[in-house]
Design a protein around this ligand. Structure first.
Ligand code: GUN
Ligand code: FE
Length: 439
């Protein structure tokens, strides 16, 4: 039984803040009850005899439970490159930074070091579900899935398909046949280690249209249909890339049309970026029910960190970035409605992301029947002498007069992993810091 304040999204524009919450989680990690006017463990246990022996976690007024974050797009093998890009943008960045790093993960010792570290890092920022791109290597991709399962982070893990000569000869699928055979091998492995798909699931991952030959895209579409898997790829991230797709696929009406005509737009498709889409392309994506990662505009969106194209693994940081980007847009457009609110950003980080990865019935909020994927957020309370509580080191100072909504806002704008003092997936504690004081 988790006793204390909790916060989650009620809708795209509204948070529910419950000061006297009690959430009962059964031995399978499933939320069995949510009370909103709880006084004490004793009063709950006197009403619910079967919870007499329940373990209890009581948090103080400087803390609150929040749903775990969902990162709908990131590249685990690029983690060592985070923050490194010089003056490059997408196409030269891939050649200069990304392909050399990714190809080096043929070394499993190196892959293990990077993947263990990245899973720790994302967990420490409260990411309980993550859609990962791995590399073209089957062993290293399978290792990432093993690590997620062992560490308890929900994940979609994809072996990257790329057979076109956009990729250097040292880092490319040898043929359409080998690309499909290797992808199938990784799908089979991931399904063998977690047959129910509760924690790890495979995701078919054509890197992006320019990385794949038309024959490969066709075969990937067929594989995804035969295996009934999720699909992830990039779309319309920058104008040079959009032009490249026009040149490479002259018979296609648009970037979106390339994916549509290869049966790659399904309700289980996650499209990253989607920045320069025409209204017709947006309509196609909406009709296909495919999901978009990153771009703040409709309720079928989630947030993605896109490490190392993005420079921070934290979804909280990416909430802030989405808000800044929307504010820059509103400076140009003079439309107040372009500004993303705190509530909307948090929705994208939780319930929106859950829709993107097909888990909206299970995670992203605290409802009976959903699962306990949660983070305990702790803020610093300033004492009479002007000191901030114990030295757990977060940057958020709370003076005591702030309304709960203001506390949440302060966390969104100034919080970081020091404030995420514990993290659970399906009731299993998967991360904690010295700042955790729960019983
Ligand atoms: N487009 C193709 N590959 C990539 C990648 O690794 N990162 C990003 N951001 N865009 C891509
Ligand atoms: Fe990406």
């Amino acid at each position: 039984i988790y006793l204390g304040p909790f916060v989650h999204s009620k809708s795209l524009t509204e948070l529910e803040i419950c000061e006297n919450g009690a959430i009962g989680v059964d031995e399978n990690g499933i939320i069995a009850f949510v009370e909103r006017d709880a006084q004490s463990f004793e009063s709950i246990k006197s009403e619910k005899s079967e919870w007499q022996d329940a373990k209890t976690v009581k948090i103080s007024g400087d803390s609150f439970f929040f749903p775990g974050f969902i990162d709908t797009h990131t590249h685990a093998p690029q983690h060592p490159n985070t923050g490194l890009f010089g003056k490059t943008t997408l196409l030269d960045w891939l050649q200069t930074y990304t392909f050399p790093m990714e190809s080096s993960l043929s070394d499993l010792t190196k892959a293990n070091r990077i993947y263990q570290n990245f899973v720790s890092r994302t967990l420490s920022h409260g990411t309980t579900t993550c859609a990962y791109y791995a590399t073209i290597h089957v062993p290293a991709t399978n290792l990432l899935a093993n690590i997620c399962l062992q560490r308890g982070q929900r994940a979609l893990v994809g072996r990257v398909c790329m057979d076109s000569d956009l990729s250097p000869s040292y880092y490319r699928d040898e043929s359409v046949e080998s690309s499909i055979k290797d992808s199938k091998a990784s799908i089979d492995h991931i399904r063998s280690i977690d047959p129910s798909g509760t924690i790890v699931r495979p995701i078919i991952t054509p890197r992006f249209a320019p990385s794949c030959t038309p024959a490969c895209l066709t075969a990937i579409g067929q594989l995804a249909a035969a295996e009934d898997t999720f699909i992830q790829t990039h779309i319309s991230e920058n104008v040079n890339e959009v032009q490249l797709v026009k040149d490479l696929f002259p018979d296609s009406k648009s970037y979106t049309d390339v994916y549509a005509t290869h049966s790659l737009l399904t309700p289980k498709t996650i499209l990253a970026h989607a920045v320069h889409l025409s209204p017709e392309e947006r309509k196609t994506i909406l009709e296909k029910g495919s999901k978009i990662s990153h771009c703040p505009a409709s309720h079928t969106l989630g947030l993605g960190s896109d490490v190392s194209g993005g420079f921070h693994p934290s979804i909280l940081e990416n909430c802030r970035q989405a808000i800044w980007v929307s504010r820059h847009l509103s400076l140009q457009s003079a439309q107040d409605s372009d500004k993303l609110s705190t509530e909307e950003a948090l929705y994208l980080a939780t319930r929106g992301g859950a829709q993107v990865v097909g888990l909206e019935d299970k995670v992203g909020g605290f409802e009976v029947g959903m699962e306990w994927d949660a983070q305990l957020v702790r803020l610093g309370v300033v004492d009479e002498a002007g000191n901030t509580g114990e030295a757990f080191g977060g940057a958020v100072d709370v003076f005591g007069w702030e309304a709960w909504g203001e506390r949440v806002e302060k966390w969104v704008y100034s919080g970081d992993d020091r404030n995420t003092v514990a993290v659970w997936v399906r009731g299993r504690m998967v991360h904690r810091t010295g700042g955790y004081t729960g019983a």
